[in-house]
Write a protein that binds this ligand. Structure first.
Ligand code: NDP
Ligand code: 2IT
Length: 467
């Protein structure tokens, strides 16, 4: 049989067999972690094309190794609330892969956080970080702590307790956390303060730091800006641009806000935002003034997006309805979609609605926002589909630039960082585009991103032996 390879035990199996075996092992060894299974399945499916050409990865059991975290840290986080009651949460750090650099990836504080969700995020991060062209391994962490409704003092006490354990495991050359859902500038500040106090070291151990204590210009903007730059790169391949495009954006946090800002810079018209309570649709467009209002609502008052439709009469509110099999936000007619809230927020019904309404571009700001079925539908429809690990890599890339500036004890200007970010997003797009062609699936940026990200990490692992 063509393409047959020999396993270390000498058994002859077709390449597909090896990949399916690894996927089945992952499911059996990590039960009740559906998001991790989904992320692994997608990447390994893309690698069928690679394993045919490179049987050496199979002989080195590369896939079995790459799906197994190098280390998982799980710990108790006790803290006092404002009433003096004791509270207990669970903290995690998944140190997934350090073949090409120190573990790097965000921390998520959200009640839905569990081991499987953080493992999917850490796994994705390995390939995403590889695509950035910078030297960063993959990691992710967080807690089931819910910052919503907590006072600043409660958030601080939680962060201090969380870091009291985490500080043993991280360091500027070991593992460098940053923000994600529920972790922004405020939380990074509290975490950094406690790390410095316990270790008596002022180092770049976290990214997303404040501008006057080691942070990088453009880091807060970077994920949203980068995602829009990626969408512009995709459109360029069809001699098109974002100018005048109607855009759906979900979420209303860090990524969504700066996605809207960059869309406005490039002449597009963002018309939606959302949070877990529902979405708003503003057919007049979310302009700069309205965006400033949203930023104040979300970052200072920490209010709900529903208030937008109460404040701006042009907008309507679509409350979340758990009984509904689709999200009405994705059935609004538009040219581009920027899902920027959370995983699996676009299901097959949503994908069908987007495609039916003629969507041209889907650029994923969130991590794995499309279900496996939805992803397949976008690919089959031939639209410009920018998968998360490529489209949202601007955030971690700029974290890498923050690490570089910290190492040099210098800081670059806004223009310098933005120029590098644009260069990196363009290079990621090229890698995905060209890799998809090289492996016989032109235009399929899912394969392009998975294979492009994998090769660098896999070759580093081969070079470094069985570790
Ligand atoms: P934020 O905490 O700033 O904002 C998250 C937004 O998503 C909020 O509007 C939130 O609504 C909504 N949301 C979160 N969870 C859910 C849920 N289960 N159901 C419905 N809505 C939800 O986070 P970010 O903007 O930083 O992150 C958004 C996405 O982007 C995540 O998938 C994250 O992993 C990804 N990402 C972030 C990067 C970064 O640099 N920050 C980099 C790359 C990817 P509510 O307030 O009601 O919970
Ligand atoms: O998912 C992500 O890439 C992030 N949350 C950003 C990670 C980082 O280290 O900046």
């Amino acid at each position: 049989m063509t393409g047959t390879t020999v396993t270390p035990r000498g058994a002859k199996v077709p390449p597909g067999g090896y990949i399916d075996d690894v996927i089945n092992q992952v499911k059996a060894k990590n039960p009740a972690e559906p998001e991790f299974h989904q992320a692994v399945q997608e990447v390994l499916d893309s690698l069928r094309l690679v394993l045919k050409r490179h049987p050496e990865y199979q002989s080195a059991r590369l896939l079995e190794r790459i799906v197994e975290p190098e280390r998982v840290i799980m710990f108790r986080v006790p803290w006092f609330d404002d009433q003096g009651n004791m509270q207990v949460n669970r903290g995690y750090r998944i140190e997934m892969n350090s073949a090409i650099g120190p573990y790097k990836g965000g921390l998520r504080f959200h009640p839905s956080v569990n081991l499987g969700i953080l493992k999917f995020l850490a796994f994705e991060q390995v390939f995403k970080n590889s695509l950035t062209t910078l030297m960063m391994g993959g990691g992710k962490g967080g807690s089931d702590f819910d910052p919503k409704g907590k006072s600043d003092n409660e958030v601080m006490r939680f962060c201090q307790s969380f870091m009291s354990e985490l500080c043993r495991h991280i360091g500027p050359d070991t593992d460098v956390p940053a923000g994600d859902i529920g972790v922004g500038g405020r939380e990074v500040g509290f975490l950094f303060g406690q790390y410095k106090r316990l270790r008596n070291e002022f180092t770049g151990v976290l990214t997303g730091k404040g501008l006057n204590w080691g942070g990088s210009l453009i880091r807060p903007e970077a994920t949203g800006y980068g995602c829009v730059y990626f969408a512009a790169e995709m459109l360029k391949t069809r001699k098109d641009s974002l100018d005048g495009k109607r855009c759906l954006v979900s979420g209303s946090g860090n990524v969504s806000q700066y996605t809207v800002q960059k869309l406005l810079d490039l002449g597009a018209k963002p018309i939606t935002l959302s949070d877990s309570g529902g979405g708003i649709f503003d057919p007049d467009g979310i302009d700069r003034e309205k965006l400033a209002w949203v930023m104040e609502l979300k970052n200072t008052r920490r209010g709900r997006i529903r208030e937008y439709a109460e404040h701006f009469k042009s907008a309507s509110f679509m409350p979340s309805d758990a009984g509904l099999d689709h999200n009405p936000l994705w059935s609004i007619k538009a040219d581009c979609a920027f899902p920027s809230a959370t995983q699996n927020e676009i299901n097959e019904k949503d994908a069908a609605n987007l495609i039916k309404n003629g969507i041209k571009v889907v650029a994923e700001g969130a991590n794995m926002p499309s279900t496996a079925d939805a992803t397949k539908m976008f690919l089959d429809a031939g639209i410009l589909y920018g998968p998360a690990k490529a489209a949202n890599a601007g955030g971690v890339a700029t974290s890498g630039l923050e690490m570089a500036q910290n190492s040099m004890r210098l800081s670059w200007t806004r223009e310098e960082v933005d120029k590098r970010l644009q260069g990196i997003m363009s290079s990621i797009h090229n890698t995905c585009f060209e890799t998809a062609e090289t492996y016989g699936t032109p235009g399929n940026l899912v394969n392009g991103a998975n294979i492009g990200g994998f090769l660098k990490v896999a070759n580093a692992m081969l070079d470094q032996g069985l570790v």
